[in-house]
Structure formats: structure tokens, C-alpha cells
Design a protein around this ligand. Structure first.
Ligand SMILES: [Zn+2]
Ligand SMILES: [Zn+2]
Length: 308
């Protein structure tokens, strides 16, 4: 995480210009991968390019869900430092900035969900603010380092946070070497954009559309489509009910690929201390296991209040 440089304050105009340059620079990879999709009509897809998109979206997606979200932000399971670094590096390939930056903002989201202080509440700021607009606000450049003091103990994570663009650039270069510009556009850019849109849909759609199994204090929802697309992170109401749990999918139909991957890591003895939801939460989910055809915005039956 970067801190403000010490020294005498710069003149007001210069400070504003410097800040605009920093925001533009930090968002440039994100904007670039989106703009690159305009070249899709002139770059013929190859089988390898499409396969690379699947690989990139799984690597970057699991880097976000297992690495940045459940591993670093919520500490819902533990790993050695090498695995922790590799998961964080995979998360960086999603071009959603660095692990400390991501964790700081997500911890703010949980601390102030859908209340003042939540950086991306669609309930307070509307859909587009919750989805992408919040990234363009100026106060995001220097999140409070106290929010991620536990993560800043690891110098390799601090290093990754500063050089967060590097893993993505290396992956893009690998895609180019494997399949030329089709690998870059169809493989890397399409894969990263898909992960970005799904991740940020959890912030926007995941607080507006879907079922509310638990009567949590914010607007979180279990959205059936997002649940599968976001590899388990779309069971967002379950997550807000038990944020420390490594498992987000609770009912039989709530497939949670990220939890399966964490369990696989634990089976391989590469992860441990995997935190499960409280028994009362699991029991409520089992009682509430309605068929999926009834979900997706349907009125919510009376839900149990927080009890654990
Ligand atoms: Zn949320
Ligand atoms: Zn969370």
C-alpha cells in the first residue's frame, strides 16, 4: 500500500494534476483490456485463444475469490507464504489492483455495508456507482493502511501491491507467445474482462437482485447466476451472514467452486485452518433448500435472524 509522500505540500493545481495522472495510470490496464475487445471483429478467434480465455478466467478468478477475498481479506483459511504469494499473484492478473488495496476496500465494505463508508454500495449510490463508478472517485488512492496491518507484515505482499500490474503483464506476454494477438485479445483480455465484470457484479447485482435467505443488516443477495459465474462468491447473502467462513455455498444447489479448490488445497496439505460456517447458519440453509427455479429475485420467505 502506498502512503502519501512526506515533505512540504505541493501547490494545489499540481497536486490535482498529479492525482489525476495517478488515477488514470492505475486504471489504465483495466480500461485497456476493455477497449481491446473492440478489436475482436478484426482478430479471428483461434481454438487456442478461446482455450486461453478459459484458463485466464479461472486463474484470475480464483486468484480473486480464493486469494484476495477468502484468503487475504477474510483469512478464512491459512497457507504457507509461497502458496499465499502465488494466490495473490494470480489475483493481480485480474487487474483489480493489488492485494492490500483490494483487501482494504473489501474490509471497508463489510464494516459499513450499504451504509456511509461503504466504498461501493449500489443501495446508496445506484447500480453504476456500485458496479464500476466507485473506482473513479478520488478518495480511493490511499486507503487507510491500518485496515491491512496484518497483511503488511508480509514484504512479498507489499511488493506485489506496489507492482500489481506485473503478473498481468507477464500473463498477457505468455498469451502472446502462445497464440499471438488472438492469445492477447481472445485469451487474456476477454478472460480478464469476464472476471472483472463478474467480480464487480457481486458488488452491484449481489446487493440488488436475488434471494435473501438471511435477514442481514445490508442488502446482500444470493443470486443464482452470479453464484455459478463467480465461482461461489455470488452466494453473497450467505457470505455476509458468515463472512469468516471459507464456504459460501450452503444449500445443495449452491455450487461453490472456490470452496472446493480450498478443500483440495487442504487435502494436499497446502492449506489448513479452513473455517466453516456456524452450525446454525448451515442448519438454516438446509431448512431453506428450495428448488433453484424459485430463486432469482422472488419474494423472500421469513428468514431467521442472526443467531451466531
Ligand atoms: Zn457485499
Ligand atoms: Zn467478503
Amino acid at each position: 500500500m502506498h502512503t502519501s509522500p512526506a515533505g512540504p505540500p505541493a501547490p494545489r493545481g499540481r497536486t490535482a494534476l498529479w492525482r489525476a495522472i495517478r488515477i488514470g495510470f492505475s486504471l489504465s490496464p483495466l480500461l485497456a483490456v476493455h477497449l481491446a475487445l473492440f478489436t475482436i471483429p478484426v482478430i479471428a478467434p483461434t481454438l487456442l485463444g478461446v482455450a486461453l480465455a478459459l484458463v485466464v478466467s479461472r486463474v484470475a478468478g480464483l486468484g480473486i475469490t480464493a486469494g484476495f477475498h477468502r484468503g487475504l481479506t477474510h483469512r478464512s483459511f491459512r497457507t504457507g507464504r509461497v502458496v499465499q504469494f502465488l494466490l495473490a499473484a494470480a489475483g493481480c492478473t485480474a487487474l483489480q489492483k493489488g492485494p492490500l488495496w483490494w483487501a482494504a476496500h473489501h474490509r471497508l465494505h463489510h464494516a459499513h455495508s450499504d451504509r456511509p463508508g461503504d466504498p461501493h454500495s449500489p443501495v446508496l449510490g445506484g447500480f453504476w456507482h456500485g458496479h464500476m463508478g466507485w473506482l473513479f472517485t478520488r478518495d480511493l488512492m490511499h486507503p487507510d493502511p491500518r485496515l491491512v496491518r496484518d497483511l503488511a507484515r508480509f514484504p512479498e505482499l507489499v511488493w506485489l501491491d506496489r507492482l500489481w500490474m506485473l503478473p498481468g503483464l507477464l500473463l498477457a506476454a505468455g498469451c502472446y507467445l502462445a497464440d499471438g494477438w488472438s492469445g492477447v485479445v481472445w485469451g487474456f483480455c476477454l478472460g480478464v474482462v469476464a472476471v472483472f465484470q463478474v467480480t464487480f457484479a457481486v458488488n452491484s447485482v449481489g446487493h440488488l437482485l436475488g434471494r435473501r435467505r438471511f435477514d442481514t443488516p445490508e442488502g446482500s443477495r444470493n443470486n443464482l447466476v452470479l453464484g455459478y459465474l463467480a465461482m461461489g462468491d455470488g452466494w453473497h447473502n450467505n457470505h455476509h451472514r458468515a463472512p469468516g467462513s471459507a464456504r459460501h455455498g450452503l444449500a445443495w444447489y449452491e455450487f461453490d467452486m472456490t470452496y472446493r479448490v480450498i478443500r483440495l488445497l487442504a487435502w494436499l496439505r497446502l492449506a489448513w485452518a479452513v473455517r466453516e460456517p456456524p452450525a446454525a447458519v448451515l442448519a438454516a440453509a438446509h431448512r431453506d433448500a428450495v428448488p433453484p427455479a424459485d430463486s432469482g429475485g422472488a419474494p423472500t420467505p421469513p428468514a431467521p435472524r442472526r443467531s451466531a
